[in-house]
Design a protein around this ligand. Structure first.
Ligand code: AOF
Ligand code: ZN
Length: 390
């Protein structure tokens, strides 16, 4: 590992502090180094808050002159919610900028680097670029495809059942696997379920506990002085809860409607019209935003339209937790980017399948996963992979 790669690795680790909190913005980390000494560190912690470079520059102060800054993403050149980082870097007298990945945002892409070079700053790009790309896999999809990055999480028995025939689905996997799902929820911008899951399981779809950044501060991993906006990020920003409900029958008394944060209910125009205004206003009063969209051939919510709407609302990643009808629609529309499949070492022998797909004839009809990895979580196995839609 070269020296540049070592510091970039640290910047990537700092960027992780913002995971789950920055949507739709990317995770970004920055490290400032002078004469072999780290004089500044920063991470982007929330959309609208200072960028990673600004936190690091604040920490370095005057010492930043003639130093090197390592940033996981190309420094920005645009006036967004905050002023351009490229200008701040130039003003601070930084000599050399090393960044990992070019910003895919058309408002920045390549222009940040150009601005730095024009000002006489040495620019090196592409250091640990693939790690940086993977860290922001959701941001890339959100920017380039204008929809959230979709993760399908499933917990099933070895024979592929997610629930007993009665619908009973608690305790498929171990406590350890359920804790890992809590962490997963903390990492995404939104969590989606089908209305049947809402009716049968009445989930709250919330995250409990302090944010990663707050944890890091409490354990002394980060310097509080350089993270001026940390106070406001101590509690979790709750992921947006999303219900797909084509006939609009989410009970007004559903637990998830009473939770802090936003709940979106996507329904069809038909579902919206036939539910009646009184029911819709009841849902709205209970805290939901009801959004009618087109129906697909099966009279379900047309997912591409719903996802486009989510992207417009700044939702850059979506965790689909089931049930099997909703999952089948996502797979049918080829709208699953990543699969996290927990397998419990047990057989149910009969029950409800993980997906309800069309009849298949040949093994060739299988949907394959790429870049597969396996991890043991308690007694369960977590299979992670990226669907390859042919
Ligand atoms: C960086 N460093 O830490 C971040 C960057 O609305 P704004 O002003 O926060 O701008 C958001 C855009 O800025 C985002 O889409 C991405 O292109 C870039 N994010 N850039 O140099 C950072 N968070
Ligand atoms: Zn910036």
């Amino acid at each position: 590992m070269t020296e540049d790669e070592r510091y970039m690795k640290l910047a990537l680790q700092l960027a992780e502090l913002g995971r789950g909190q920055t949507s739709p913005n990317p995770l970004v980390g920055a490290v400032i180094v002078k004469d072999g000494v780290i004089i500044g560190q920063g991470a982007h912690l929330k959309a609208g808050g200072p960028h990673a470079e600004v936190h690091a520059l604040r920490m370095a102060g005057e010492a930043a002159r003639d130093s090197t800054i390592y940033v996981t993403l190309e420094p920005c050149s645009h006036h967004g919610r905050t002023p351009p980082c490229a200008d701040a870097i130039v003003e601070a007298g930084i000599q050399r900028v090393v960044y990992a990945a070019q910003d895919p945002n058309p408002a920045v892409s390549g222009q940040g680097a150009a601005r730095l070079r024009e000002a006489g700053v040495e620019v090196v790009q592409g250091v640990l670029a693939s790690e940086a790309h993977k860290q922001n896999e959701a941001f890339w999809v959100w920017v380039t495809e204008e929809r959230p990055f979709v993760v399908w999480k499933c917990a099933a028995t070895l024979d592929g059942y997610i629930a007993a025939d009665s619908g009973h689905s608690t305790y498929v996997t171990s406590d350890e696997a359920r804790a890992s799902v809590q962490r997963l929820r903390r990492d995404v911008a939104a969590i989606a379920v089908g209305v049947k899951t809402v009716i049968e399981d009445n989930p709250r779809l919330t995250v409990r506990g302090p944010s990663l950044a707050a944890e890091a501060m409490l354990t002394g991993v980060v310097n509080k002085a350089s993270f001026a906006d940390l106070e406001t990020t101590q509690g979790y920003r709750q992921p947006v809860r999303v219900v797909f409900d084509s006939k609009l029958r989410t009970p007004i008394t559903s637990a998830l409607l009473g939770e802090a944060g936003k709940t979106l209910i996507y329904t069809t125009h038909y579902g919206y019209d036939s539910a009646g205004t009184e029911y819709v206003s009841g849902l709205t009063r209970a805290g939901a935003v009801v959004i009618p969209v087109m129906a697909d051939e099966a009279d379900h919510v047309y997912l591409p339209e719903a996802l486009r709407d989510m992207a417009k609302q700044g939702i850059s990643s979506l965790l689909v937790e089931g049930g099997s009808t909703l999952v089948a629609s996502f797979l049918e529309e080829r709208l699953v980017d990543k699969v996290l499949y927990y397998l419990a070492p047990k057989f149910l022998r009969s029950g409800i399948r993980a997906t309800k797909g069309r009849r298949t004839e040949r093994m060739l009809d299988a949907l394959n996963l790429d870049k597969v990895s396996y991890e043991q979580v308690g007694p369960d196995i977590l299979v992670t992979g990226y669907p390859r839609f042919e």
